[in-house]
Design a protein around this ligand. Structure first.
Ligand SMILES: Cc1ncc(C[n+]2csc(CCOP(=O)(O)OP(=O)(O)O)c2C)c(N)n1
Length: 541
């Protein structure tokens, strides 16, 4: 007899989902049973729902298909909430399936019951509760469509345990054809005219180019028209960073002198990015009044355009599809364009400079990052947790596709290790490196048990400084000398790495850093603990 659970699994497979991440619960035993013995879908058993959620998000970014996490009701769903929020802020397609209390107990405050609409309503794109078996096909269709269409994001589906085990004979349909919207010819013509006339054009490229062929389309377009490209927050892997047209990124705080140059652009072309808090530097760029600047905004989601600053030309369309309609320029690049490009390059050069440090309390982590940038494999996948140790990653590593950077736009700590485990599962042949602080490592980190189980040759680099460094820096700036709530004691991190089956090494001084390239190139799992200098990053008094 076929069941709702069987139909769910068959539908996920039909939609190109080949892996799910779970922490089991008695509320969805039927769904776990439907996964039993399946060779077409891999069930990854995790130790915490936050990690299971982050793994699904990383997998989604690598496959372009929705990440799927299965969790138990109440406690399981609350543990997974950080992944729902991260999926929303990062624009990642994510389906969280929750085993709910039996249908006859719903809305009675039953054991571990939660009203998921109330709980996730503000952060998920859609929340559904399946109250009868005959609604499951429609619910899955809408869930996957919603998660993947426009601005991708999270959906939550709660299914009562007795609905999961109910008889159901449906046959899953074929994989959904993507929803496509095309630009109007007049808008493309206008865009081309503006491009040809612009003296100081500037492209901001965002996650809309993460799809198949997107990076090539972006680079070809920029090269044909000689356009400088800035990438949106933490999307360095969209464009070769050593390319003469790379103008850098929009980060947590771009230097004022670079922003002054960006404000001089006369045509700002925002492609597949949102004009969000960070991309706009706290809602200050490009600004409301910009007499000398036109703004073109192309995004697959119409609702992502005009959220704070309006566009002079607004097109709701996938940016790769939009660029396919744009012709090559008729003539050579305007002569004054080179001076504009050089101004942007000069700012980029200043930002990418590796600083030198005169400290004696450990290794300045910027030196680790700079070395990593020189020795990473050409197709490496780098995952980066939240924390101060990661700040140089976005400045000094010259990412080049197909290298990938997976770092949470939402700034959630605890993402780095689970994302790396998911990446190593998805791409067993590629070098996968995780950078994580000692704070973030102990926030999740238990996913290394999956790396042990699956024999993944992960490279984990932990920056150990005994503090929540990122917050300490803010604290020292605002409350000098008044340390409060930002220090902690660490267990023996090297022993932890070894306990998870890694070869574990501690690097204590800048001279010992020479060992890092060989450790990263080794065929087995490597766990490297770096004694990180605090003096190198604290504000000077
Ligand atoms: C889940 C979560 N909790 C808290 C924060 C706030 N926060 C941002 S960075 C940071 C400190 C990170 O410390 P660590 O991992 O040791 O790296 P470091 O900054 O010392 O390099 C904290 C607490 C956050 N971003 N995410």
């Amino acid at each position: 007899m076929s069941t709702v659970s069987r139909f769910i699994v068959d539908t996920l497979v039909a939609q190109g989902i080949s892996r799910v991440f779970c922490v089991p619960g008695e509320s969805y035993l039927g769904l776990l049973d439907a996964l039993h013995g399946r060779s077409d879908i891999d069930t990854v058993v995790c130790r915490h729902e936050a990690g299971a959620g982050f793994m699904a998000l990383a997998d989604a970014r690598l496959t372009g298909r929705p990440g799927v996490t299965l969790v138990s009701r109440g406690p399981g769903a609350t543990n997974a909430a950080i992944a729902v929020h991260t999926a929303q802020q990062d624009g990642v397609p994510f389906v969280l399936i929750v085993g709910q209390v039996p249908a006859s107990h719903v809305r009675r405050d039953a054991f571990q019951e939660i009203d998921y609409r109330g709980m996730f309503g503000g952060i998920a794109k859609w929340v559904a509760e399946v109250t009868s078996p005959d609604r499951i096909a429609e619910t899955l269709l809408r869930a996957i469509r919603t998660a993947t269409t426009g601005l991708p994001g999270p959906v939550v589906i709660a299914v009562p345990e007795d609905v999961l085990t109910a008889a159901f004979d449906g046959v899953p349909g074929p994989r959904h054809a993507p929803v496509r919207a095309a630009p109007r010819r007049e808008d493309v013509d206008t865009f081309q005219r503006w491009l040809a006339a612009a003296e100081g054009p500037l492209v901001i490229a965002g996650s809309g180019f993460e799809s198949e062929g997107g990076r090539d389309a972006l680079r070809e377009f920029a090269e044909r028209w000689s356009l400088p490209v800035l990438v949106s927050f933490r999307r360095q892997d969209l464009f070769p960073n050593a390319h003469p047209l790379y103008a850098g990124d929009l980060g947590l705080s771009n230097p004022a002198r670079q922003m002054a140059v960006l404000h001089d652009a006369d045509l700002l072309v925002v492609l597949g990015a949102r004009l969000s808090d960070i991309n706009t530097q706290g809602y200050t760029f490009p600004g409301d009044l910009r007499p000398g600047m036109k703004v073109v905004h192309v995004h697959a989601d119409a609702a992502s355009i005009g959220t704070t600053f309006d566009a002079d030309l607004a097109v709701a369309c996938d940016p790769t599809a939009f660029l396919a309609e744009v012709r090559s320029p008729d003539g050579a690049t305007p002569p004054h364009r080179e001076a504009w490009l050089e101004r942007l390059r000069e700012e980029r050069r200043r930002i990418a400079e590796v600083r030198s440090f005169d400290v004696d309390d450990g290794i300045p982590f910027e030196e680790v990052v700079a070395l990593l940038g020189r020795c990473m494999a050409p197709d490496a996948i780098l995952t980066v947790d939240a924390g101060n140790f990661g700040a140089p990653v976005y400045r000094v590593i010259p990412f080049a596709p197909p290298q990938r950077l997976l770092a949470p736009i939402a700034g959630a700590m605890g993402f780095g290790v689970p994302a790396a485990v998911a990446a190593a599962l998805r791409h067993p042949g590629r070098q996968v490196i995780c950078l994580v602080g000692d704070g973030g490592f102990l926030m999740t980190g238990n996913e290394l048990a999956v790396a042990l189980e699956r024999q993944l040759p992960l490279k984990v680099v932990v920056s150990e400084n005994g503090i929540y460094g990122s917050i300490r820096i803010h604290q020292e700036r605002e409350y000098p000398g008044r340390v409060s709530g930002t220090s902690f004691a660490n267990p023996d991190l090297v022993a932890i790495g070894a306990a998870f089956g890694f070869r574990a090494t501690r690097l204590r001084t800048p001279a010992e850093l020479d060992a890092l390239p060989a450790l990263l190139a080794s065929p087995g799992p490597e766990f490297v603990v770096v004694d990180t200098s605090i003096a190198a990053v604290l504000p000077r008094r």
